[in-house]
Write a new protein. Structure first.
Length: 51
């Protein structure tokens, strides 16, 4: 079935949605969130060191 837009498994027309939009569902691993987590870790480390 080379050259045709059919699923190799069941022969349907769709081969799935382009891209992976499921990765954006919660935003936990976006760059802004990761930067915020790093900043909070530094603040908490400094606060615990001050005690």
């Amino acid at each position: 079935m080379k050259g045709k837009k059919r699923c190799n498994l069941h022969g349907g027309k769709s081969t799935g949605a382009p891209g992976n939009r499921n990765a954006y569902k919660h935003g936990r691993y976006c760059s802004d969130t990761l930067a915020l987590e790093r900043m909070l870790r530094v603040i908490l480390a400094n606060a615990s060191a001050a005690l």
